[in-house]
Design a protein around this ligand. Sequence first.
Ligand SMILES: C=C(NCc1c(COP(=O)(O)O)cnc(C)c1O)C(=O)O
Length: 419
Amino acid sequence: EQSWTETAAAEAEFVASISCSGHGRAFLDGSILDGKPVCECNACYAGPHCSVLLPGCIADADSGDPMFLEPFWLKHAASSTIVVPGWHRMSYEFNDGSLLSNQLESQIRTLHAVVGNAVTDGRYIVIGGGATQLLHAAVHSLSATNDRFSPARVVASTPYYPVYREQTEFFNSKDYKFEGDTSVYKNKSVSQGKFIELVTSPNNPDGKLKKAVLQGLSVKTIHDLAYYWPHYTPVPTPADEDLMIFTLSKLTGHGGSRFGWAIIKDEAVYQRMLTYMSLSTYGVPRETQLRVLKLLKVAIEEQGKEMFNFGYRIMRNRWIKLRKTMLTSKRFSIQELEPQNCSFARKVREPTPAFAWLKCEREEDKDCNAVLHSMNITGRHGSLFGAESRYVRLSLVKREDDFDWLLKRMKMLVSQENN
Ligand SMILES: C=C(NCc1c(COP(=O)(O)O)cnc(C)c1O)C(=O)O
């Protein structure tokens, strides 16, 4: 029988009961009007109940904010909700002095065993404030060896996730420097110094499964496997690399929880990443770890079939609709990806990546984002990925409202081709 949690439960249920016409949501920490949290409307909707459609609004396909899984968590509210008492884990450390919950570490290992997308036996795990923090922790840790090769050359294959360049340049360390496209160094000799290659598989923005390009003793590799989940790609085999990074953002859609983890083979690298986490933030909040533990338990229910099939169905339907829309277009093309065997689904599957990598095929359409802007569509400029401006990345992982708007506008663009 509820007692001291009654108030917390009542508050949560009350805010969940506020209807925002299915085009928004009220939150416990949202703005208050007349004593009630107000509806925070999805793009293109407005009004106190988000019932007013804004006809001329922009189809925003820029951010990879993975809200497509929000309906799954609304449906699984009971099994995915936690109550966090004021006295919950107030200490800086767990009883064993660590910064990572043993339960959570074990749950992460179980998750990868259920999905079959990564080897974790005999590997160390470090958690961080999103893959974003772990990426820098990894670059810092792999570059911080005192050898004559300094600074380490940080490289990634074009098109690459823009944060790799932005983050490396921002921290501006003497130990590493972003040097761009990996292919430039493919056949260079070791005398070119030490390399840190960032490998993204499936890749952001084009969804391709990638392997390291550079080989050799002077090359360290970071595998960013943010999208190596069944929602987005067939999972042929468990990844088994020296340093692999995953994020809750793309697994469950909880980008706002700022949680990621690295799976590391080498103990010295593990210790350096632990030191980085200790000195940068002294770990991930305990409330976050409790929530992630709960979410991962739901994610592996029914051997993962619940959440991953839910996510895959949405992404597959979106790709079917988008490909149908683009079928007759001569002006635009999107990436074609080969079906592959998926060990999780136990069958061959088409990739359903998080992003469409759209190319403007006409010679004159050199700035593809500008072409899309003419139809009130915003994507992410191809040049940010080290690619030509005739490419644009379109996010397919946002809310249904966002995808519907994008599709509507793309249909109008394609239909204009024949006018
Ligand atoms: C949100 C977006 N990317 C997140 C991302 C991240 C960041 O994940 P976080 O855990 O949310 O910090 C890391 N690696 C890759 C390849 C990613 O695509 C985006 O590209 O719009």
